[in-house]
Design a protein around this ligand. Structure first.
Ligand code: MN
Length: 448
């Protein structure tokens, strides 16, 4: 049972079993054309065939057209025409080789939109591509991105090390409008031409109605620029949470998958995306100085530093519910990274000797108090903790003597009123700046 979100979480109804919830709303599907397992397998087979054809052509080119290289001083040159302007027989062969290679390469690399490029272009204006986003091709594109993203995340450490400048984003929760706002103001030239890095702290799905689009948007950016875009896991990237249809209603990620693609196909896509979520890293450290995580610092394990514990969490971990093979201690570490909150001032007195205590969200969630924060930062020689997970109408809150910053990057779907703002942080060397989206209700949007 996941802990409840505050304050609207009805704790007594929190025990909805994900499988039952799946069955209950299966009938809501309009069953438009959607992908099937066999479509996906066929796509994979086609990709494998294309890859092997590419390898065969490249090897054939290498065998037939050996490039002649001559050493001139310390520089290597490719010779096609002699320096007298004559083309020797050998060089003629070189010219023919170059022309043949150019033809083959032109055939192979005819400018063709890649999946992430196609998605990002359409996500710029989804209302002009309604048929695409409701159709089989979107589902296939998203599954293709999941496959590519999975490979990237499996190579990443569970606690990333990132160099500034870096923009840090909190909960997105299916709010494509605010994601567009940040896109227009932070990576307006496209991710590949944007200097610095982007770090997202999780909670991409649920609550907002565009969970699928937000996941697709972020994954497309990750695949296009894997060394610039980093995605951490939030508590909504857990099956127990993103299948909770009774609680989140039409905002539930599982419900959105099924409404879009039909009960069976939607549930299949939901599982593919969750297998990707299983592989998301849990934490990041910017400039060896700022610890970033979705919820908070986990309780220490005896004889092991907290970051070292996080590093030991397996690369594929379901966490909630866990895979049967998962080590309960490491599952607990991951769970607390995703669910913990800083203790309210009034609750500091109830923290244990190390500064940790029960969380009013219920279940097994924890709070971390001032002592826990100070010990963690001193032990790891760091200055701040940036986390997300708690809604705030200002987009940012500061606690624990200025050491803990909470950032929230969606202004909708949290009952915070029309004046709610969303924010991100820019960490640049030793400075942290706040960028805020001011709601239309509070005046014109501005970036400060
Ligand atoms: Mn959260």
């Amino acid at each position: 049972m996941p802990p409840v979100e505050q304050p609207e979480g009805p704790m007594e109804t929190a025990a909805a079993a994900p499988k039952e919830a799946t069955a209950q709303s299966a009938s809501t599907a309009a069953a438009p054309a959607g992908p099937t397992l066999s479509d996906y397998e066929a796509l994979k087979r086609e990709n494998a065939a294309l890859r092997s054809e590419l390898t065969r052509l490249q090897e054939g080119t290498k065998r037939k057209h050996k490039v002649v290289k001559t050493t001139l001083g310390s520089k290597m040159s490719h010779h096609v025409v002699s320096h007298q302007g004559k083309i020797s027989r050998r060089h003629m062969r070189g010219t023919a080789s170059s022309m043949a290679s150019a033809e083959i390469l032109a055939g192979l690399f005819t400018p063709r939109e890649t999946v992430p490029e196609r998605l990002l272009e359409r996500l710029d204006d989804p209302s002009s591509h309604v048929a695409y986003f409701r159709g089989k091709q979107f589902a296939l594109d998203l599954m293709s991105l999941c496959e590519q993203g999975q490979e990237l995340f499996e190579k990443e450490s569970r606690c990333l090390h990132i160099q500034s400048p870096c923009h840090v984003f909190g909960d997105i929760h299916g709010n494509l409008d605010d994601l567009h706002f940040f896109g227009e103001n932070v990576w307006s030239k496209g991710i590949r031409l944007t200097p610095g890095r982007l770090l997202f702290l999780g909670d991409y799905v649920d609550r907002g109605m565009f969970s699928l689009e937000c996941v697709a948007y972020l994954l497309a950016m990750k695949v296009l620029a894997p060394a610039k875009v980093f995605l951490l896991r939030g508590n909504h990237e857990l099956r127990d949470v993103n299948s909770w249809e009774d609680y989140y209603g039409e905002g539930s990620f599982l419900t959105q998958c099924k409404d879009r693609f039909g009960a069976e196909r939607g549930a299949y896509l939901w599982e593919v995306v969750n297998q990707l979520f299983d592989r998301l890293p849990l934490a990041a450290v910017i400039d060896h100085d700022i610890f970033c995580i979705h919820g908070g610092i986990p309780r220490p394990r005896p004889g092991l530093g907290q970051i070292e514990s996080i590093q030991r969490v397996p690369v594929a971990a379901a966490v909630s519910p866990p895979y049967p093979c998962e080590d309960p201690d490491l599952t607990r570490v991951a769970y607390e990274c995703l669910w913990s909150d800083p203790a309210k001032a009034a609750d500091e007195a109830h923290m244990d000797a190390r500064g940790y205590g029960a969380n009013p969200r219920g279940s097994t969630a924890q709070c971390f108090g001032r002592a826990a924060v100070e010990d963690f930062l001193a032990e790891h020689d760091m200055s701040y903790i940036i986390r997300a997970h708690e809604k705030t109408a200002e987009g940012i809150t500061v606690s624990k003597g200025g050491r803990v910053l909470t950032v929230f990057s969606t202004s909708k779907d949290h009952h915070l009123g029309d004046g709610a703002m969303s924010a991100c942080l820019l960490v640049d060397d030793a400075r942290i700046e706040v960028i805020t989206k001011v709601s239309a209700a509070a005046g014109a949007e501005r970036c400060c």
